[in-house]
Design a binder for this molecule. Structure first.
Ligand code: AMP
Ligand code: MG
Length: 422
């Protein structure tokens, strides 16, 4: 049985990130949410695109108004009104000004905006009641970004702010990493789908649904292979097919030492290299990690890397906890995220609950990781923490870690927590 940190480093060494050239695709901005840039983005537009006003007010020549004050206001002739979106037609000459609104283009000749609150309108003239700062309230062309400079680096995941930047810079065609393909199969004679009438002794295959959801949330493409019976031939065929379909294969069940646990045997028959058979973790323990040489056939395009196989425990709690702990960093590394985003991180949190373990294996207790008044807190999920209880997994956002040898963390003490959000 391997300690958790050893298992983790073996696993992370086995996965190769997607290749920014061979494993990339071109997509439109409208479909880019959540995707990861495979090449840097550069815009041909300055930002701001042109000098514009940061205020509702009056565009003036600073030299005209530098001495203005309440006692001796300066009167200027208004020659034009410039709403946002309008191209100014006039040049502001000495003694003149233009009415201007936020975001509107600065007219030629003017270099400063006086905010409306420091003025008084008199028909087609304006009184300047207070001297502005030179170039005040003007957003200068290219002051935030100059055309041709790097706008967003490769490896950046595109969320709302990045999408805003790309849209403003009119970068509508993007090169992103392809989404990793993850094959998912459930093994077990007892399994039925959530849509089938449950007969005595049968168990609903929740793992398939849980892992499909998890892969989707990680930005991967789930390749659902369905339920496979505990029959060596069926299993062999299903695994062989899964390898052709995916970068990563996740199977659940059949990796313990029971009479119907065939997965390891079949992996060996298929010439997989088995790197890990069990990890000193709770819940979890049986965890098979293997690699297959890159398939020479099938519908694979892109770079050629071994397929990483995870034989996860069948128990739904163990399956998901193993996935969060061991497969999530792999998905991130594979996806093209930089190291600081995929290296597993622990968050120091105050435990709001008493946390217990038998101290024999590294234990993961599920619950909610929350930010409360600027500090992280961990609240243990209510109900039984038996690995057979899947019901209280709902709403999990963090896993509290009790290292080997530690049997108790009293409420109010600090605990290390793994965030399960991608
Ligand atoms: P196994 O690892 O195959 O011995 O399975 C361990 C436990 O997990 C057994 O109680 C199984 O019935 C249950 N189990 C196995 N696979 C699944 C699955 N896909 N969905 C839900 N429960 C499962
Ligand atoms: Mg089984």
């Amino acid at each position: 049985m391997l300690p958790v940190n050893q298992a983790e480093s073996i696993i992370l060494d086995l996965i190769h990130p997607l290749d920014s050239q061979l494993d990339s695709e071109s997509i439109d901005l409208s479909a880019a949410t959540g995707r990861i840039l495979a090449s840097p983005v550069t815009s041909q537009l300055d930002f701001p695109h042109w000098d514009n006003s940061a205020m509702d007010g009056y565009a003036v020549r600073y030299a005209d108004v530098q001495s203005a004050n309440e006692q001796q206001p300066i009167s200027l002739e208004l020659v034009e009104e410039i709403p946002a979106g309008y191209q100014p037609q006039k040049t502001i000459k000495p003694g003149q000004a233009a009415r201007i609104f936020t975001g509107a283009c600065m007219p030629q000749g003017a270099d400063t905006v006086v905010m409306q609150e420091h003025t008084k309108r008199q028909d087609n003239r304006v009184l300047i009641l207070q001297a502005p700062k030179p170039q005040g309230f003007v957003r200068h062309q290219a002051s935030f970004y100059r055309a041709g400079e790097s706008l967003l680096e490769s490896g950046i995941q595109l969320g709302a702010p990045e999408i805003a930047v790309l849209a403003a810079a009119q970068c509508t065609e993007l090169t992103v990493y392809r989404r990793p393909k993850v094959a998912i199969l459930s093994t077990g004679n007892e399994l039925v789908t959530p849509y089938q009438l449950l007969q005595p002794g049968q168990i609903v295959d929740s793992n398939q649904y849980a892992l499909t959801a998890w892969v989707t949330l990680c930005g991967g493409i789930p390749k659902v292979q369905g339920i496979v019976r505990d029959k060596p031939d069926a299993l062999k065929q299903a695994i062989a097919q899964a390898i052709l379909a995916a970068d990563i294969v996740l199977s659940t069940g059949g990796v313990s030492v029971g009479d119907y646990d065939y997965v390891d045997e079949i992996l060996a028959q298929l010439d997989a290299e088995i790197h890990i058979r069990s990890v000193a973790v709770k819940p979890g323990k049986p965890l098979t990690v293997a690699t297959f040489p890159p398939p020479s056939q099938g519908n694979k395009k892109g770079s050629s890397h071994p397929v990483l196989y995870f034989g996860l425990p069948g128990n739904p709690v163990s399956a998901l906890v193993s996935c969060w702990r061991f497969v999530q960093p792999v998905m991130k590394k594979l996806s093209g995220l930089p190291m600081q985003r995929w290296k597993p991180r622990f968050i120091n949190a105050i435990s709001r609950s008493e946390l217990k373990s038998d101290g024999r294996r590294e234990s993961y207790l599920w619950g909610q990781l929350q930010l409360v008044e600027g500090k992280y807190e961990f609240k243990l999920a209510g109900g039984s923490h038996s690995s057979g209880n899947l019901i209280n997994l709902a709403q999990t956002t963090g896993l509290a870690v009790l290292p080997v040898g530690q049997t108790l963390i009293p409420a109010g003490e600090m605990v290390q927590v793994v965030s399960v959000c991608f």
